[in-house]
Design a protein around this ligand. Structure first.
Ligand code: AMP
Ligand code: ZN
Length: 468
């Protein structure tokens, strides 16, 4: 089996081969931090987290970078609106972003470079472009000379002629050609600014990613990702900037996720209000949001509905219940000798993991990989129905589940473990109350647990609890 990735650049699936065996350099364009993340923004975040997890599960060491755009027009407007500085806006929404990420079960990036911390790197990059004739200054602005870069348009599959025809914006007399794009903007009076060889100003949007990639990851990376709206112009411009300087590809593989829509409308920041990640995270389990995002292939459009999330939550509950029951049974029988798993279970689990990996290796086909998780649920429930299930079988079941869940993260183990200490304490207290025939205390504890979202169940193995 070999991992295949659909490469936007070649418009085909290719076998994934990192430049250095066992090491993957990956960059995903990050947010402009002027507002709370909406549920559409969560799609690339969860998709590329899954990609990273899978690469790690295959034994790779992944360097995963995602930037923070902490200065641009929208940031400046937001600062004016809130009557605080641009830096304060950035700090506020970066903190909120990190909280959202934790709520989505997404691992922090290896590094989150900020534009305002990378000014020297960005200015140095533009200077080199100017020295090589790929950039020109006009009135304190600096533009990229697209006409000099013969590959402009290769990622989005357009040539310069088509682009010229497509441009309908008002003619900007400061540009040599209308498809040229800005690398550095002269500061308007009163705006935040940095000193540069072209006067006071700030970077254009596209340049930061090229500059950060080269500074922190090197000339060519293995995977570059982002939403499909970034293909053009953002990623096209990144390619033009980097390749003009290095003569090498910016990235060997380009991955783009399709959009999350609401009804037939594309989500945007303005539409997104009310559908913020922080609000949705408060109402639905982390695993449910991840399940919803991963139950569709990342290159297919996905429709957001309340019902889809509710049904995702039911599905993850089934998975978590089976996982919890296996763990519980293993806990009860922990005195027994471990031994070897039975051939039947070993064989079934190998088949389940085999199909999980085959699907994941086919360009991260998570919807089909999730069916392997449900095959596991069936096998787990079948095994649990046997009161004499072997400890070794239960252990093998859990190990297989962990292998799949380390990638998809549909059940939030850490969160449950912390909560379970309190729950176990209450259950023990309730058992004590019942022993002493203190029924009112016993009922009060049941209500308390109910308020915590915990249901008690009598099982042949004793009292069990589960989340509602
Ligand atoms: P933004 O901050 O809106 O520029 O977007 C940050 C990231 O989220 C980019 O990778 C976008 O492509 C992605 N994105 C924004 N809206 C959506 C959406 N509705 N569905 C999927 N990805 C989106
Ligand atoms: Zn970028």
């Amino acid at each position: 089996m070999a991992l295949q990735i659909y490469n936007t650049m070649s418009r085909s699936k290719e076998v994934f081969v990192p430049q250095e065996p066992g090491k993957v350099k990956m960059y995903v364009c990050g947010p402009t931090v002027y507002g709370y993340m909406h549920i559409g923004n969560a799609r690339p975040i969860i998709v590329f987290d899954m990609v990273r997890n899978y690469l790690e599960a295959l034994g790779n060491e992944v360097r995963y970078l995602t930037n923070f755009t902490d200065v641009d027009d929208k940031m400046i407007r937001k600062a004016e609106e809130m009557n605080i500085t641009v830096a304060e806006v950035a700090d506020m929404f970066i903190a909120a972003y990190q909280e959202d990420l934790a709520g989505l079960g997404v691992k922090p990036a290896t590094m989150n470079p900020r534009v305002t911390d990378s000014m020297d790197t960005i200015i140095g990059f533009i200077k080199e472009l100017e020295e090589k004739g790929y950039a020109y200054e006009n009135g304190g602005d600096v533009y990229y000379r697209t006409g000099k870069f013969s590959n402009y348009g290769k990622l989005s599959g357009q040539n310069l002629e088509e682009l010229r025809f497509g441009i309908r914006v008002e003619v900007d007399s400061r540009k040599e050609n209308q498809e040229d794009f800005v690398l550095w903007k002269a500061a308007k009076p009163g705006e935040v600014h940095w000193s540069s060889p072209w006067g006071e100003g700030r970077p254009g949007w596209h340049i930061e990613c090229s500059a950060m990639v080269r500074e922190y990851l090197g000339k060519t990376i293995d995977i570059h990702g982002g939403g499909e709206d970034l293909k053009f112009p953002h990623h096209e411009c990144e390619c033009a900037q980097t390749e003009a300087l290095t003569g090498q590809p910016l990235s060997n593989y380009w991955m783009h996720n399709a959009f999350l829509n609401i009804g037939d409308e594309k989500m945007s920041k303005s539409l997104g209000n009310g559908l913020l990640v922080k609000d949705i995270s408060a109402r639905f389990k982390q695993g449910a949001i991840r399940y919803f995002m991963l139950s569709s292939h990342y290159r297919n459009p996905l429709n957001f509905t309340e019902e889809a999330l509710q049904s995702a939550e039911k599905s993850v509950d089934r998975i978590a219940l089976a996982e919890g029951n296996v763990k519980h049974r293993l806990e009860l029988g922990k005195e027994e000798a471990a031994g070897e798993a039975s051939p039947q279970i070993t064989e079934r689990l190998a088949a389940i993991l085999g199909s999980f990996h085959a699907r994941m290796q086919d360009d991260f086909n998570t919807p089909d990989a999730i069916t392997a998780v449900f095959d596991w649920v069936s096998l787990a429930n079948l095994t649990l129905a046997d009161n004499h299930a072997l400890n070794a079988d239960l252990t093998a079941l859990l190990k297989a589940f962990a292998e799949m869940n380390s990638v998809l993260r549909l059940t939030a183990e850490a969160e449950e473990e912390v909560a379970s200490e309190e729950v176990e304490r209450l259950i023990a207290e309730r058992a004590e109350a019942r022993k002493n025939k203190n029924w009112s205390r016993s009922d009060a504890i049941r209500d308390e647990l109910n308020a915590l979202g915990i249901l008690l169940e009598d099982t042949p193995q004793g009292m069990r609890w589960r989340r509602k």
